[in-house]
Design a protein around this ligand. Structure first.
Ligand code: SF4
Length: 262
């Protein structure tokens, strides 16, 4: 098995097999980007840059952080390409949403010395099995070590929805990253999963037992087996369709998909 899986590849299959086929099997390029993803990308870039400066003992002022955000937003925003689904909101609303996320985070964590940063946009690539047939990769927003020695796997969210405790205790993405980091830091290393809900100014944490991680490993292998054995990719309509970049060519919306290669 040569495919390297990611959390988004797995989630795409679970959400809609048609979308999975368009994106990962037919590799149809996306000709637009949802504004929510656009804002998320800009905020992630700015926080990565902020912690790079912090690592050099050069904590920038909030004003400088926001100036940089404004510049990046303006430079990358292309009205022809960015899709705004919720048309009651305009560009300025989304611009402010990102700025508010950064301001809240900055005020809460300044001077950013709560933990030691070990990695930013840290790439993990690891095997779920001993034979190396089930490979997974991902990028962790920030890996850090707290004062009590715990390693934190931190993730930034710019959406307004904050999942329940139960949902976070079941969440797959950061737990998969924990499996990946165990290869670097050892399985005995205490780790914590941390989500920063920037639009709400809230932080949530969770942790996994070795047994839960083992179950996750086996479940993910089973899901990959299912994906590899799938030959039919039906459309699965949901309220996420409005944000789907393939809606125009989706048969569920009378679109005409391109010819599949034989
Ligand atoms: S529009 Fe909806 S049903 Fe069609 S591919 Fe996208 S997510 Fe799937």
């Amino acid at each position: 098995m040569s495919t390297v899986y990611s959390h988004s590849r797995l989630s795409s299959f679970e959400q809609c097999k048609q979308k999975f086929q368009f994106r990962y099997l037919l590799e149809i390029p996306e000709d637009s980007e949802g504004v929510e993803a656009f804002v998320g990308k800009r905020v992630h870039e700015i926080l990565e840059r902020l912690y790079q400066f912090v690592g050099r003992d050069q904590v920038p002022s909030l004003r400088r952080v926001l100036e940089r955000y404004d510049a990046e937003f303006d430079q990358h925003y292309d009205a022809e390409r960015i899709r705004i689904v919720r048309t009651e909101f305009k560009r300025d609303y989304y611009h402010k949403l990102g700025a508010d996320c950064l301001s809240r985070f900055y005020r809460r964590y300044y001077p950013f010395d709560q933990e030691e940063t070990l990695g930013l946009e840290h790439h993990v690539l690891f095997d779920l099995d001993h034979a190396g047939e089930y490979r997974v990769q991902g990028f962790i927003d920030r890996v850090c070590r707290t004062k009590d020695g715990t390693i934190e796997i931190q993730d930034y969210k710019t959406g307004k929805w904050v999942p329940s405790r139960k949902q976070l205790d079941m969440e797959r993405q950061l737990a998969l990253y924990q499996l990946g980091l165990a290869g670097e830091y050892g399985t005995e290393q205490p780790m914590r999963l941390v989500w920063h809900y920037l639009a709400r100014g809230q932080t949530r944490t969770s942790s996994r037992t070795p047994e839960q991680l083992d179950t996750l490993r086996r479940d993910t292998i089973a899901l990959i087996d299912e994906i590899e054995a799938t030959t039919d990719f039906p459309a699965q309509k949901s309220n996420l369709c409005n944000w789907c970049e393939y809606k125009k060519i989706c048969p569920a919306f009378d679109g005409v998909p391109p010819e599949s290669p034989s």
